[in-house]
Every structure is written in structure tokens, then in C-alpha cells.
Design a protein around this ligand. Structure first.
Ligand SMILES: *[C@@H]1O[C@H](CO)[C@@H](O)[C@H](O)[C@H]1NC(C)=O
Ligand SMILES: *[C@@H]1O[C@H](CO)[C@@H](O)[C@H](O)[C@H]1NC(C)=O
Ligand SMILES: *[C@@H]1O[C@H](CO)[C@@H](O)[C@H](O)[C@H]1NC(C)=O
Ligand SMILES: *[C@@H]1O[C@H](CO)[C@@H](O)[C@H](O)[C@H]1NC(C)=O
Ligand SMILES: *[C@@H]1O[C@H](CO)[C@@H](O)[C@H](O)[C@H]1NC(C)=O
Ligand SMILES: *[C@@H]1O[C@H](CO)[C@@H](O)[C@H](O)[C@H]1NC(C)=O
Ligand SMILES: *[C@@H]1O[C@H](CO)[C@@H](O)[C@H](O)[C@H]1NC(C)=O
Ligand SMILES: [Zn+2]
Ligand SMILES: [Zn+2]
Length: 838
């Protein structure tokens, strides 16, 4: 019943997330219609100005201003820098296109040769920017006072998107707008949209911004001019005046005259108001009301000619670019020749904040340092993404295979008991997170890829498997925990009254908290009374001090008759106690699933919030998250120590899961143009890999040297040691009894030596026989009074001790034999005594 409640909770949280993250529709002003009409009116006016003006009508040096917001004199923008910025952009263009630049600027050519640039530059480019000496930064107050905004924004301080540092990263996602080209046969112009992600390396916490620009693209020679548009700056209407030459002015004016007209018409046709169709805010939120004031930006882009490369990466002959582009977009199976990446040269200028930036690269910087902005066309990027997604699917499949094999191996209660619940739980959380991420990834990618959903399904499948496995583990371990609690209650003679029986049920709720409580001091067997408990506790410590003499050990069950009556209460109780104890694990399980879903959703939600934080905080969060996630072997190591067991997991599971779970993380940490454009961090990756490696090494060492090899005695609760050092002493109390010994009472040194004539005391070895495989078993024995063995002997002894196992009832077997047996039963094959789990 508890379990059935969870899917609904899960759904509820998903809906909550969608609600919280959906763009808010807010109510702008008291009289939206009339204000909206004003906005449209103003747009028509400005379009009319765009239609009427000529090249040179906007020239601040000659005190010529335009009645377009931002281009008026009273707006006090730093337009006097514009001339220099344009010169700089022309200079950069000459650097890229050579002497043909002037021809493109004037629209006249002697020859008909075209530039080898992409006609459709949809895609992304990224690189670094540096501050240009042309910058003339302005204090925010100056600007606000000039436009009369001072009352509204006085308390807000500096502008958003104000680049104050000297360098940073920049990435442009360009989209060629369909149906917005010039209609002539050569399609010499088209509208272009760009999403800019720009970071400022010297700002506090490495801040970054994301915003949209609109503009025009000249496909013939690869130039583009883009601008932001806002309440304070009608950039798109001023765009022709920002062009680099009169010829380009005319072309862009003609295109914009038409496209702006269309856009305003669309705006009027919409049933709900669209306040700014060219808005620069990414989330489509209207500006001016809740957005803070931000710096405007104008970008001059120049695409570098594409070159074919030969096998050594050197430029080869000139490509037929039209064919190449066609083939990339609509593959016919032809061999696409190796070509250079899409590359852009950028000059940026903020007319209000006054900063000027340039892309970093030659000739000002050596090519080895930076090569301006480089990237891929959309189709190529999608191909890359598809390949990555496929590779990811393969790792998920491997992950599934490993978990299935491990679950099969751990088919018995005793094997399940060894596995740490939290190790598997962390893995399940990781996969659940992956599932959510894959479902939501298309929002970030912008393209919906069918493969993503296929893989999301795979991830979901592995989550289900892991949860199923977790449930099995939990059931076994909760039962074991209850058994131990009951045992502890019966082992403390004075107060095992009925009130102590409910205590197990409050106990489990505390177990899912970070400290795994289940491995609690496990007294070895069920009906042991205190004398034996102390005997077994001292047994692991290889001290020659003789434990209590043998007789009490054997007769204990019969001896404490008075005490035995008390523990009888719980043992007769089970029918009565069964109702709470049977139900509580189920309820626990339900609570567990709720907790799983809750933790998952909360983590995912927090992660979503952190994706928009400053780079430093974001990097810190993701490093921490990855580190915690990759700590999944830690609970297993802990459980091994607490229970003194070591054979919990298959080795292919340990190595396979480590590798397979590192692959996606390594992809995001090391691959430069990964699908999420996350910044690479090889040092961080090295730390994470090293951390996983350390955990594997500790697990391996536990397997070989014993699970407590690095823990001091007394730090971990006493646990039974199946591999004790065998010492011969006078009473022979620590010696295993031979399997053929007639009765446990005769388990003393003399009878044993009589029964095993083949033993060779001189060599420090003794011969027993293993009743499982019925063959001989030779074990090293430290002779009585022989003193401690030398160091070398001790090391050898550590390994030799792994060959045999001695049960608490002092029967001895081959390790392999008893381990095989214990996978099915936790009972001594000889005397049916309960065995502590391995
Ligand atoms: C553009 O100007 C011409 C006259 O030069 C005028 O006929 C036309 O209506 C104007 N178009 C717009 C959209 O204002
Ligand atoms: C500029 O436009 C505004 C708003 O349309 C108008 O009120 C103002 O008179 C215009 N200014 C000039 C100098 O034309
Ligand atoms: C931009 O930042 C610089 C440096 O911190 C500052 O001097 C200037 O006033 C800021 N400009 C705006 C408009 O916020
Ligand atoms: C705003 O501008 C006016 C003149 O246009 C000036 O008198 C006033 O001091 C300015 N205020 C600030 C805070 O700069
Ligand atoms: C440019 O390429 C992109 C990606 O294939 C495509 O979606 C877009 O329609 C193309 N634009 C034009 C104008 O062909
Ligand atoms: C288109 O380009 C061809 C040559 O490639 C040229 O002859 C033609 O005049 C151009 N058309 C326009 C409208 O510019
Ligand atoms: C702008 O478009 C109108 C028609 O919408 C046209 O009459 C006018 O000549 C165009 N102006 C320019 C400068 O192309
Ligand atoms: Zn054997
Ligand atoms: Zn036994």
C-alpha cells in the first residue's frame, strides 16, 4: 500500500518542477492595451524613419541624430566610438578576406569568384574575447540620469551584462531564420538570430550572461551585423546605420524594411501582446518590468573561408562549398572531404556601457594561443551528439549487464547480506538522475533527438532493476537486523521484557540516515549465552590467553536454566510479534522509495538551479556532486569493516561499474565541444578518477588482506574472524575440533592428537579434514610456547590463513568449500549451529 503511493508523489514533483520552471506570464501595467498600442505605434514610427533615412543621416560627429530610441542625443550613448569600431571591423574583415574586401563593401567585383564561406551559418562558434583599447566605459548613473530612468532604477546600481574584465569566454549559437532571406535568386542577404553566452573571467565568481541578438547576414562573403533590442535601445531599427559601407546600408535597409514590417504585422495578429519580438532576454520574459537594466551589444562578425584539409591537417585545394553544404545537410552517402571548422572573427561594441571587445586570435595573438571563434555547423554538431549518445547507450547497456550479473550472483540471503545497501542506492540515484536529465536534455539541446528517449528508457530500466535489487537487499538486511536485535535483547539477561521487542521497529527508521546502522555488533549465533559471546569476542585477537575453560562452552544452553526461561519469552512470542515485524519492513520499504524519489527530485531541482549560477559556484556544485556520486564504493568498504566480511561483490561488477560510471563524467570533463558545452576540467577529472581508483584499491586490499587491515582494533565492533591464527596451547581451547571427533566434549588437545596421527607438529602444520569435500586440509599452527613467528612468517601466515575457515563451533573447512556452502546456508554443515554471515 505504501509502495503504491509513490508514483503519484513522483508525478506530483515532476509537475511541480515544470510549473516552477515555466516562464511566468505576468501582468504588465494597468492598462496593457493602450500601452501596447503605444509600443506598436512607436515601432511604425521607427520603421518609417528606417525607410526614409539615407546613409550618413546618423553621424554624431556632425551632430546628426535620429528619432530612434538610443540614437537620440538625449540618450547619451557613446556613439562617438562607433566610427573607430567600424574601422576596426573593416580591418578585421580585410585580415580575413584580403584585398577582395573592398569589392564586397562596395558591391562591385571585377571577377565572379565567390568566397568559400558557408551560406547557412546555423551552428555554434566559441572562443575567447579580449577587451579592446577602444573601450570607453561609463558609470551607470550617467546613463540612467540621461534617459530619465533614474527614478525607476536608481537602487539597482550597475548594469547587467557589463563586461568589466579584460577577457573571458564567448559562445555564439547562430540560427539562420527560414523564410527571411532576400528574395532574389542569389539570396544575398538573410536575417540571423544569435544566442550569445558570454562570460567575464574577472568578475566576481566568474559571472556569465546569456542573451539573444538579431541582425542580418551577408551569405556571399560571410559578414554579419547583430544587435540587441530593448526599451532603451531600438537596435534593430538602427541596424542599417551600423553597417560598414553605403552598399551594405542599402541592402540591409531593403531587407529590414520588409522583415520588420512582417514582424510588426505578426505582432498585431497575435491574440496576446508580444511586447518585443526582438527581445534579448532568453526566457521570453518581457523587459523593463522585472528585468534589470542591461548593457546593449552590437556584434560585427566575419566568417573565415572554409578550407579543405588533407590527411595531415594542412590546407588542400579549394572546395566546392555549395556542394559540401548540401551534402552535410542532406547526406546522399558521398564522402564528405575533411574540412576546417567554421571560424568567425568578432568585434563587439556596447553603445551604452561603452566597452569594445574582440575575439582573441591572430594577428594580435599567436595562433597557438587562440584562433578566434571556432565551432560546428548544426548538422555536424548533431552528428557528434548522436555519436556521443550512442556511445552513452553502450555504456548503459554494459552497466545493465553488470548489475544483472551481480544480482544473479547475490541470489541467496547470505550473499545479499554482504552487499552494502547504500552502494547500490547511490548507483540507483545516479541512474535516476540520468533518467531525469535525459528526459529534460532536449530542452537544453534545443533539438529533440529520438535517441535521447530511447536511452532514457534504458536508464529507467536500470533504475527499476536496481530498485528491485535494493528491495531484495533491504528485505534480507532488515530481517537480519531484527534477528540480531532480538538476539541482543535475549543476550542481556535482566531486561528482555516485552517492551524491548518493539524496539527493533523504531530502530530501522534510523538506518537510511547517512550512517549505516545495520552492521551492528553481530553476536555469532542465536542461542549463545554471555560466556560464549565473550569467548568469540576474544577469539579474533590472536592472544594466547586461554578463554574460559571448555566445559561451560559446551554446556551453556543447559547451564543457565534460570536465564533461559526469560529469553524463551521472545522465542515463544514470534507468532504475536510477527504482525509488527512482518509489516514494518514493508512500511520501511515504502518509506524508502518515497525517500528515493524525494532525494532524486530535490537533487535534480537544485542542479537545475545551479546551471544558471556563476561559473565558480556551478563548477563547485558539479564537482561536489560528481565526487559524492563517485564515492559509491565507500559504503561497501564501511560495511566490509563493520561486518568483517570481504566477498561482497563480484570483481567484474566493481571494475565494470567504476569504468562505466566514469565514462559519462569523463566525457563532460574532458571533451571540448560536448553536447552541454560544459567547460573542460582535466584536473577535476584526474581527482575524480583517482578517488574511484583509491576506493577500488581499498576494496582489493580488503579482499586480500582482510577487511580490517587498516582499522585499529577496537574501532570497529567485534566481529567473528573466520581466519584465526591457530595457536597450540595447553588446553587446546582455540583449536578447531576434528570433524571426526565423536563428541564436542572430547575436543581437547589430547583426543585431537590421538585422532590425527598424520599431523606434523615439527613443521608447525596440522592436518584436519574438511567434511564438505572430504579431503585433507593442512593448516599452519603456531606451536605452544614457540614464541611469535618472525615478520616474514607472519606475512606468509596472513595469506595461508585465507585458505581455511574456522566456524564459531570450532569446525574447520577449506575456505572455498565453506564459502560455497554459506552462499546457501548460514549453518554449520557439521552441527547445524548458526554461522555469522561472511
Ligand atoms: C517607405 O517610404 C516610401 C516612400 O519613400 C513610402 O511610400 C512607403 O510607404 C514607406 N514604407 C513604410 C513601411 O513606411
Ligand atoms: C520623436 O518621437 C517622439 C515619439 O514618437 C515624438 O514625440 C517626438 O516629437 C519626436 N522627436 C522629433 C525631434 O521628431
Ligand atoms: C561597468 O563596470 C565598470 C567597472 O566596474 C563601471 O565603472 C561602470 O560604471 C559599469 N557601467 C555600468 C553601466 O554599469
Ligand atoms: C542628472 O542630470 C541633471 C542634469 O541633466 C543634473 O543636474 C543632475 O545632477 C544629474 N544627477 C545625477 C545623480 O547625476
Ligand atoms: C540552415 O541550416 C539549418 C540546420 O540544418 C536549417 O534548420 C535551416 O533551415 C537552414 N536555413 C536556411 C535558410 O536554409
Ligand atoms: C546572381 O549571381 C549571378 C552570378 O553568380 C549574377 O550573374 C546575377 O546577376 C546575380 N543576381 C543578382 C540579382 O544579383
Ligand atoms: C520599404 O517597403 C515599402 C513597401 O512596404 C516600399 O514602398 C519602400 O520603397 C521600401 N523602402 C526601402 C528603402 O526599400
Ligand atoms: Zn573442502
Ligand atoms: Zn559446527
Amino acid at each position: 500500500m505504501e509502495v503504491r503511493r509513490d508514483p503519484r508523489q513522483f508525478l506530483f514533483f515532476i509537475i511541480l518542477i515544470i510549473l516552477i520552471n515555466s516562464p511566468e506570464s505576468h501582468n504588465p501595467g494597468f492598462n496593457p492595451r493602450s500601452r501596447y498600442d503605444e509600443v506598436i505605434e512607436r515601432e511604425w514610427e521607427q520603421l518609417d524613419i528606417l525607410n526614409r533615412t539615407r546613409w550618413g543621416d546618423f553621424d554624431t560627429k556632425e551632430n546628426k541624430w535620429l528619432n530612434i530610441t538610443g540614437l537620440r542625443k538625449q540618450d547619451a550613448f557613446t556613439w562617438d566610438v562607433l566610427g573607430n569600431v567600424k574601422s576596426r571591423a573593416r580591418e578585421r574583415m580585410r585580415g580575413v578576406l584580403g584585398e577582395r574586401t573592398q569589392g564586397w563593401l562596395d558591391g562591385k567585383h571585377e571577377d565572379e569568384r565567390k568566397e568559400t564561406v558557408y551560406r547557412n551559418i546555423s551552428g555554434f562558434v566559441q572562443g575567447e574575447w579580449v577587451l579592446s583599447p577602444l573601450s570607453r566605459t561609463r558609470p551607470a548613473l550617467d546613463l540612467l540620469n540621461a534617459t530619465g530612468h533614474i527614478h525607476e532604477f536608481a537602487q539597482l546600481g550597475d548594469f547587467d551584462r557589463n563586461l568589466t574584465g579584460t577577457h573571458g569566454m564567448v559562445r555564439l549559437h547562430l540560427t539562420e531564420v527560414d523564410g527571411r532571406q532576400r528574395t532574389d535568386e542569389n539570396r544575398t542577404m538573410s536575417e540571423l538570430k544569435a544566442k550569445v553566452v558570454i562570460g567575464d573571467a574577472e568578475s566576481w565568481g566568474d559571472n556569465w550572461w546569456e542573451f539573444n541578438l538579431n541582425g542580418v547576414h551577408f551569405p556571399e562573403f560571410g559578414g554579419a551585423v547583430l544587435t540587441t533590442t530593448s526599451e532603451r535601445f531600438s537596435g534593430i531599427f538602427a541596424l542599417p546605420h551600423l553597417q560598414l559601407s553605403p552598399h551594405l546600408y542599402l541592402s540591409s535597409q531593403e531587407l529590414l524594411n520588409r522583415t520588420i514590417h512582417q514582424t510588426i504585422q505578426n505582432q498585431l495578429d497575435r491574440p496576446f501582446p508580444v511586447w518585443n519580438p526582438w527581445s534579448s532576454t532568453v526566457e521570453d520574459a518581457a523587459e523593463g518590468i522585472m528585468a534589470t537594466t542591461h548593457c546593449e551589444l552590437i556584434l560585427f562578425l566575419q566568417e573565415a573561408p572554409v578550407q579543405l584539409l588533407d590527411r595531415h591537417g594542412q590546407p588542400a585545394n579549394q572546395p566546392d562549398l555549395e556542394w559540401l553544404e548540401q551534402e552535410i545537410r542532406f547526406p546522399t552517402g558521398a564522402n564528405v572531404p575533411l574540412h576546417s571548422q567554421m571560424s568567425m572573427d568578432m568585434v563587439g561594441f556596447s553603445p551604452d556601457c561603452g566597452f569594445v571587445i574582440e575575439s582573441k586570435g591572430p594577428p594580435d595573438f599567436p595562433p597557438s594561443e587562440a584562433m578566434h571563434l571556432v565551432g560546428l555547423k548544426t548538422e555536424e554538431f548533431n552528428d557528434d551528439a548522436k555519436r556521443s549518445i550512442l556511445a552513452f547507450a553502450v555504456t548503459l547497456a554494459f552497466q545493465l549487464m553488470f548489475i544483472i550479473r551481480q544480482a544473479k550472483e547475490a541470489a541467496t540471503p547470505s550473499t545479499r547480506n554482504r552487499i552494502s545497501f547504500y552502494t547500490i542506492a547511490i548507483m540507483a540515484l545516479g541512474d535516476g538522475f540520468m533518467f531525469l536529465a535525459l528526459v529534460f536534455l532536449h530542452l537544453f539541446l534545443g533539438t529533440s533527438q529520438l535517441q535521447l528517449f530511447t536511452i532514457a528508457f534504458l536508464a529507467l530500466f536500470s533504475v527499476v532493476l536496481e530498485l528491485r535489487f535494493l528491495m531484495d537487499i533491504w528485505t534480507v538486511q532488515a530481517t537480519e537486523q531484527m534477528r540480531q536485535d532480538r538476539q541482543q535483547a535475549s543476550a542481556t539477561p535482566p531486561s528482555p521484557q516485552p517492551p524491548s521487542t518493539p524496539s527493533p521497529s523504531p530502530q530501522p527508521p534510523s538506518t537510511p540516515s547517512p550512517t549505516p546502522a545495520p552492521p551492528r555488533a553481530p553476536p555469532p549465533s542465536q542461542n549463545d549465552a554471555p560466556p560464549l559471546a565473550t569467548a568469540t569476542a576474544t577469539q579474533p585477537q590472536p592472544t594466547p590467553t586461554p578463554p574460559p575453560p571448555p566445559p561451560p562452552v559446551i554446556i551453556t544452553p543447559d547451564q543457565d536454566d534460570p536465564a533461559d526461561n526469560e529469553p524463551l519469552l521472545p522465542t515463544t512470542n514470534p507468532p504475536a510479534a510477527a504482525t509488527p515485524t512482518e509489516i514494518s519492513p514493508r512500511a520501511e520499504l515504502g518509506a524508502l522509495y518515497s525517500r528515493y524519489c524525494f532525494l532524486l527530485i530535490v537533487t535534480f531541482f537544485i542542479t537545475l538551479q545551479f546551471t544558471t549560477m556563476r561559473s565558480t559556484a556551478r563548477a563547485f556544485y558539479f564537482n561536489t556532486l560528481s565526487f559524492l556520486y563517485l564515492s559509491f564504493w565507500l559504503p561497501q568498504i564501511y560495511r566490509n569493516i563493520m561486518r568483517n566480511c570481504r566477498k561482497a561483490l563480484r570483481w567484474d561488477f566493481v571494475l565494470g561499474q567504476s569504468a562505466v560510471r566514469l565514462v559519462p563524467i569523463a566525457y563532460f570533463y574532458a571533451v571540448e565541444s560536448n553536447v552541454l558545452f560544459s567547460r573542460t576540467d582535466l584536473q577535476g577529472l584526474a581527482v575524480l578518477v583517482g578517488w574511484v581508483w583509491c576506493q577500488i584499491v581499498v576494496l582489493a586490499a580488503q579482499e586480500v588482506l582482510g577487511s580490517r587491515f587498516f582499522v585499529r582494533e577496537g574501532w570497529a565492533p567485534p566481529a567473528y574472524d573466520y581466519h584465526p591464527v591457530l595457536r597450540e596451547d595447553e588446553e587446546g581451547a582455540t583449536m578447531p575440533i576434528g570433524s571426526s571427533s565423536p563428541s564436542p566434549i572430547s575436543a581437547s588437545g589430547e583426543s585431537e592428537s590421538a585422532l590425527h596421527p598424520g599431523e606434523s607438529r615439527a613443521k608447525g602444520k596440522k592436518l584436519f579434514d574438511c567434511s564438505i569435500c572430504a579431503t585433507d586440509l593442512e593448516v599452519p599452527v603456531i606451536p605452544a610456547g614457540g614464541g611469535g613467528p618472525d615478520v616474514q612468517g607472519l606475512g606468509a601466515l596472513t595469506l595461508q590463513r585465507r585458505a581455511y575457515m574456522v566456524t564459531p563451533c570450532r569446525h574447520i573447512f577449506h575456505s572455498a568449500c565453506l564459502e560455497g556452502w554459506m552462499r546457501y546456508r548460514l549453518q554449520c554443515p557439521n552441527c547445524r549451529e548458526v554461522l555469522p554471515p561472511l
